[in-house]
Design a protein around this ligand. Structure first.
Ligand code: ATP
Ligand code: MG
Length: 308
């Protein structure tokens, strides 16, 4: 796992308020990395720091192995970003807005139609941006980020203001960019369900502080399993005799807690006893459950992430 973006002990204060606190993150190359936190958690601030829009008070940031301070404008040949509501020329069309950027940066105009197409706004390319709907503006923002085909995308709440269909489309678009084109995508959101559907890795921050970072699967899969069998009573007897606490669920299912490495043995035991097993699955906690649990003010428990 190569790290393509590394933050090391990054802090930032505004006046007396520390809004990013000793944040360290490793974003693996080719990952779709979800950056989660409630309103005011410090997501946008972190992303602004990441692309050099504002400076951190402390800490270091490496992009493609090079300190952010050593990058000049050429950083944007590699990084596409969508942070805050991007500003446009309202009296210019979508095409003209994009073409303008290409011209002043001496980049090919052919890119403009390409990004208009992939973000789904080619059909409105000649409409003035002031007449764009919120969703169209979001897509135009993404089109800007996609200009010149960068290999890293830093996207701050890109689905804000989109309708469910738009959210679905953008999500699939990002998944495709990551899985089929090998892009690294660092995307923030406060919509937990959305990140859950696309991210490989997540970092959760609250009040500027890292609460969890690591593989999404690791945080979602708890040690609770659900089994559905024909011979329910026999299996309950078997599990309780192993000292496991069981709960009867509806539909004849049984839930119990154990370690992953014991599951194979339990499964074997059931098969040896000729139990008909219809289902044996880990109970995935939703990110929502995890998040509420981890950000509870009085929760002394801190989850140790992958990289600590
Ligand atoms: N330029 C600034 N001057 C003063 N305080 C700021 C500034 N920018 C951000 N803040 C404060 O920093 C904190 C973090 O803000 P930030 O915008 O990074 O949060 P966020 O996680 O992006 O929130 P949201 O989900 O609402 O977008 C907030 O308390 C905010 O008021
Ligand atoms: Mg924000």
């Amino acid at each position: 796992m190569e790290s393509i973006i590394t933050l090391s002990n990054v802090s930032k204060s505004y006046q007396l308020q520390q809004v990013v606190k000793n944040l360290s993150l490793i974003i693996p190359e080719g990952s779709l990395y979800g950056f989660l936190g409630p309103n005011g958690a410090g997501k946008t601030t972190t992303m602004r720091i990441l692309i050099g829009l504002i400076e951190a008070d402390n800490g270091e940031i490496f992009l493609k192995g090079k300190n952010i301070k050593e990058w000049n404008k050429s950083l944007f040949n590699h990084v596409g970003c969508f942070i805050d509501t991007p500003s446009y020329y309202p009296n210019l069309t979508a095409y003209e807005n994009l073409a303008y950027i290409q011209k002043i940066t001496n980049k090919p105009l052919s890119e403009v139609n390409r990004v208009l197409k992939i973000t789904g706004i080619f059909h409105v390319k000649d409409k003035k941006v002031k007449n764009f709907s919120m969703g169209m503006k979001q897509r135009l923002g993404l089109a800007f980020a996609m200009l010149n085909d960068p290999d890293i995308l830093i996207l701050d709440e890109p689905t804000n203001g989109l309708d469910p269909e738009g959210i679905h489309e953008i999500r699939n678009f990002l998944i495709n960019l990551c899985k089929n084109e090998g892009k690294t995508i660092f995307v923030s959101s406060h919509n937990l369900a959305e990140i859950e559907m696309m991210a490989d890795y997540i970092a959760l921050i609250n009040q500027g502080e890292l609460i969890y970072d690591g593989k999404l699967d690791d945080i979602l899969i708890s040690k609770e399993y659900i089994v559905k069998v024909k011979q329910t009573e026999e299996v309950i007897q078997m599990l309780t005799s192993r000292g496991l606490e069981i709960t009867r669920l509806r539909d004849g299912k049984i839930s119990f807690k154990t370690d992953q490495n014991k599951i194979a043995f339990i499964n074997k035991q059931m098969t040896e006893k000729n139990v008909d097993v219809y289902e044996l699955t880990p109970r995935k906690r939703t990110l929502e459950e995890m998040f509420l649990d981890l950000t509870k003010k009085d929760n002394p428990k801190k989850v140790v992430g992958l990289y600590e």
